[in-house]
Design a protein around this ligand. Structure first.
Ligand code: HAM
Length: 489
């Protein structure tokens, strides 16, 4: 006997990997279906790629790269090559587009959804495995392509069930900050990246924290020091003026930004692109409250080259709203060129489906329970065949049904049916067999009476709680109960 036989592993899921049961999965499915329908209505075709990519194809673009494997889960294949779980759906798309460019109708418009994995520190709304749902246009440099991606995001959030006004799309262009930095004499790419990282932390650290990070650096509460971008004082002032240029309508923001970044080649380019995006958004019916220009949005991923978008949720979630962005995207004109050497402009957006579902659930906007099947009780061992025949008849009539497969008595079986969220329980015991009848319990009614929401008299009419039907008609009787459903008021 080895010691291993005495080893009992502790039953626990790894940190950041979340078990999700039916209600969460139903909510997620609804979001995916709604967003996919919007994407399809704009003519995007679905694509599915595998979970793993070669590590070199994924590249190193994640912001949180101070952990093992640079933020991804990687392993060495038996041919010695490193493969890694995808950290998003964009890098695999760039690989796919580069690999199949010749046969694609261009611009290539695809949508995709599926799990992605990031080896980062888990927290509220921050998982190591989560679901994304993306749409991207590869091969178009038109700002209108960006506008369309933003319009789909706005429509997608509404279709997914976010109440009007609960979500704002914030739009910016990385070229603005680039132009400003060039004009201030900052050309070193590492210094530029440090500025980007500092600005990206505005939400978390506030203006003061960012000012430190633009300069020499910042000491956090724990005493740990983060080295700053080491900008000179005038450059710091320009960045702060730039960060303060938001607010008001899209045109007002553009006018203010022109005063701060205008005059540099890149800055002017960025402004012209934003102007075109704004114009197209208006024509697409996206109003100012739904999508605004916000200079502080720079986004963490490093592959963005121009316009960037981020979706913010304004729902009361009961957790201080600390979920972070519920979606993001932008223009990445150089990602396909990593493979082909040919610049291929591209833009897209990703719904953070898991985070959105968690935020909706926390705000109470999502359905709390999933409906279970009708449960046929197993009260008499000699009748198991009959119980299975009855469940089959229900399923053939389009009603989800199962036979209780445990060995407990009637009360625990009723409790089981209730915990499953069954709309009804079907009972055939000795009395029913002798009489050729079936007893059907209305469990929706029972649950709602117990919860004190079944007092609505109109709803209770015709709901006696339990009915007896002839065996030959029991399917119709069950259907009446299933279809009358729980009282929603
Ligand atoms: P991202 O901002 O890294 O962008 O992720 C998009 C969304 O995924 C985020 O806004 C957030 O809702 C969700 N998300 C990110 N990290 C986590 C996490 N650890 N746990 C839960 N949810 C998370 C991208 O991934 C880009 N590929 C988007 C894109 C598409 N750009 C162009 N096309």
């Amino acid at each position: 006997m080895t010691t291993d036989e005495f080893f009992r592993p502790k039953a626990r899921a790894p940190r950041g990997f979340v078990d999700r049961r039916a209600p969460a999965l139903v909510a997620e499915r609804k979001i995916l279906d709604a967003v996919a329908a919007v994407y399809e209505s704009f003519g995007f075709e679905r694509l599915e790629t595998g979970a793993f990519e070669y590590a070199d194809a994924l590249g190193k673009f994640l912001p949180d790269a101070d952990r093992p494997n640079d933020g991804v889960f990687a392993l060495q294949d038996d041919d010695e090559q490193w493969i890694a779980l995808r950290y998003d759906l964009t890098a695999p798309l760039a690989r796919f587009a580069a690999e199949h460019w010749d046969i694609l109708a261009k611009p290539f418009r695809r949508y995709a959804f599926g799990p992605v994995w990031r080896n980062e520190k888990p927290g509220p709304g921050r998982y190591r495995e989560f679901m994304q749902c993306d749409a991207d246009t590869v091969g178009s440099e038109r700002p209108e392509a960006d506008a369309e991606i933003i319009a789909m995001a706005v429509q997608g959030y509404a279709a997914a069930g976010l109440p009007a006004g609960a979500c704002t799309l914030k739009i910016n262009n990385r070229k603005l900050l680039d132009g400003l930095l060039v004009a201030a004499g900052v050309v070193d790419s590492r210094q530029k990246l440090a500025v980007l990282r500092a600005v990206d932390k505005l939400d978390r650290l506030g203006l003061e924290g960012v000012t430190y990070l633009l300069g020499a650096g910042r000491k956090d509460e724990s005493g740990a020091f983060t080295k700053g971008a080491e900008l000179a004082a005038p450059a710091i002032q320009s960045v702060l003026a730039y960060l303060g240029a938001g607010g008001g309508g899209r045109q007002a923001t553009l006018d203010r930004l022109a005063g701060v970044v205008g005059g540099s080649v890149e800055g002017d380019e960025g402004l012209a692109e934003l102007d075109k995006i704004g114009e197209a958004l208006t024509r697409l019916g996206v109003h100012e409250g739904q999508a605004m220009f916000e200079p502080s949005v720079v986004r963490g991923l490093e592959y963005y080259t121009g316009a960037v978008f981020e979706a913010e949720i304004n729902l009361k979630t009961g957790e201080g709203g600390g979920f972070g962005a519920i979606g993001g995207g932008g223009r990445y004109d150089d990602l396909v060129a990593r493979f082909t050497g040919q610049r291929t402009p591209a833009t897209g957006f990703s719904f953070g489906v898991s985070r959105l579902a968690a935020a909706l659930a926390a705000s109470g906007a999502a359905a709390k329970s999933a409906r279970g099947p009708v449960v046929v009780l197993a009260l008499d061992n000699a009748q198991m065949g009959e119980y299975f025949a009855m469940a089959s008849e229900l399923r053939a009539a389009g009603i989800a049904a199962e036979v209780y497969l445990g060995t407990s008595g009637m009360r625990p079986q009723m409790k089981y049916a209730d915990r499953r969220g069954a709309p009804a329980a079907v009972i055939v015991g000795g009395d029913e067999l002798a009489a050729g009848t079936v007893t059907i319990k209305d469990l929706d009614l029972g649950r709602q009476l117990a919860a004190g929401v079944g007092d609505n008299r109109a709803w209770r009419e015709d709901r006696p709680g339990q009915i007896t039907a002839p065996r030959a008609d029991f399917v119709a009787a069950v259907r009446r109960i299933v279809e009358s459903g729980p009282n929603e008021t």
